[in-house]
Write a protein that binds this ligand. Structure first.
Ligand code: PXG
Ligand code: PLP
Length: 440
């Protein structure tokens, strides 16, 4: 089938998180990709500064992954997910728990980050209940957190436009304060010095609700979607301490930070803080086939393994949980990461990356630069009365100049594939220099 872009009617597809009318007047279409680059419908190469949407960690069109999917499609297309299995899902699960932080030894599969978040929240609630502690029904998120777009995720999330249209959301949810503090922390390289005391906000919520009503706290170890907000030094350690002290589960949403983005395989490897539940997606399959995974401590898994053996232990799962195509793509992705040392490659490049990004300090409208691993952010002063417009213009101009960036609010976010070379970093940052200089 030959799909002609010219004869396509762009009207039917209501695009996600997109300025639809703006896009359809002047569409930006990718028709191919290879390693660090996309090819546009008019034949231009675009350097991928965002790994798609933070997911193509091994770069595009990697041969092992392509072959694995082709082979799997011809061999076993689908197997029922409930009461049946197929070997690749088990193999993938075993290989994953071998590289995840110690104790996170069991995994449930989903099809996205949003579903992984719902799965984690439901697991936390059900865990307390099977332990006979059903009064723990509250979930605590954080302002400016992003946990996908389903009802649980937007309830614990803290992004106003993602929440305000959707009624009462989940009840029994409260939020920690966010940690973003330009006044004290602007231009910090890696973790900010100030703000560890914000973790004590959990004590305020415990004071209000009582710990015996709180099931779990969910945070992104590094918040990606809301503009790359790094945890102040000691913050995650303090949250862990408070959760332990009060019998509250700690959930890390690692949809962005997982699979090498921080220069370490997962956030616990980087921060030395291990959660009880770890939520992943994106880099799990290199973004090629939709899939998510939720890792839980054995203690949580084992609490469910009670009662008569013919009974279902947990009433949760998806038609496509661990489906053959995704499992095959995931196994080949892990092999690619391991063959090329990609889960720790960010650590080798991060100081070059950091210096390159911070060279943009002093350019017009720049008010902060942040970095960790292979993540970067450049925060711009918004145009008065027209938030997001300045960063969106930067996005359009960068695209015209052959570089794909992401913007959220007035923050430019960068997260290139982990195969990026120093010369690609130079191109990315030089292009941004031109873009920033030309901004109104
Ligand atoms: N949790 C976190 C921390 C995420 O970053 C999700 C959950 C939801 O995943 P799904 O697969 O349902 O989209 C995410 C997703 C961006 C951007 O540019 C970020 C995400 C998705 C799309 C764009 O910041 N994060
Ligand atoms: N809606 C209906 C009517 C269904 O039958 C199902 C699954 O059987 C779902 C939603 C959920 O779909 P999924 O398992 O793909 O999340």
């Amino acid at each position: 089938m030959n799909v002609s872009i010219k004869t396509n009617n762009l009207d039917a597809f209501w695009m996600p998180f997109t300025a639809n009318r703006q896009f359809k007047k002047n569409p930006r279409m990718f028709v191919g990709a290879d390693r660090m680059h996309y090819t546009t419908s008019d034949g231009c190469k675009v350097l991928d500064g965002t790994a798609g949407l933070w997911c193509v960690n091994a770069g595009h069109n990697r041969p092992k992954i392509v072959e694995a999917i082709q082979k799997q499609a011809a061999e076993l297309d689908y197997a029922p997910a409930f009461q049946m299995g197929h070997p690749k899902a088990f193999e993938f699960a075993s290989r994953l728990v071998a590289i995840t932080p110690p104790g996170l030894d069991h995994v449930m599969f989903t099809n996205s980050g949003s579903e992984s978040v719902e799965t984690a929240l439901k697991t936390a609630l059900a865990y307390h209940r099977v332990k006979g502690d059903g009064s723990r029904f509250r979930l605590i998120g954080r302002e400016r957190g992003y946990h996908g777009v389903n009802f649980g995720g937007i309830s614990v999330g803290g992004i106003v436009p993602n929440r305000k249209m959707f009624g009462t959301l989940l009840t029994g949810v409260d939020h920690l304060r966010h940690t973003h503090d330009l006044e004290r922390n602007a231009y910090t390289r890696e973790m900010p010095e100030h703000g560890v005391e914000l973790a004590d906000d959990l004590e305020r919520l415990i004071g209000l609700h009582d710990a015996s009503t709180i099931a779990a706290v969910i945070v992104e170890p590094v918040a990606g979607s809301t503009g790359v907000l790094l945890p102040p030094k000691g913050y995650l350690q303090r949250l862990r301490q408070l959760c332990d002290q009060h019998g509250i589960l700690l959930i890390f949403d690692e949809v962005i930070t997982g699979f090498g983005r921080l220069g370490a395989p997962f956030a616990p490897d980087y921060f030395g803080v291990v959660p009880d539940i770890m939520v992943t997606a994106k880099g799990l399959t290199n973004g090629v086939i939709p899939m998510g995974a939720v890792f839980v401590k054995s203690e949580i898994h084992d609490a469910f393994m009670n009662g008569p053996e013919h009974l279902i232990e947990f009433f949760h799962g998806y038609t496509y949980s661990g489906n053959p195509m995704a499992s095959a793509a995931g196994l080949a992705t892990l092999e690619t990461y391991q063959d090329e040392g990609l889960l720790t490659r960010g650590a080798e490049l991060s100081s070059y990356w950091e210096d390159a990004l911070h060279s943009l300090k002093g350019l017009p409208h720049v008010i902060d630069i942040r970095n960790v691993g292979l993540i970067g952010a450049i925060e711009l002063e918004p145009i008065a009365g027209e938030p997001t417009k300045r960063a969106f213009s930067a996005f359009l101009d960068a695209y015209d100049k052959g570089v794909l960036i992401r913007t959220t609010g007035d923050i430019i976010a960068l997260s290139p594939p982990l195969i990026i070379e120093k010369q690609d970093i130079d191109v990315l940052v030089d292009t941004l220099k031109g873009v920033l200089k030309a901004l109104d």
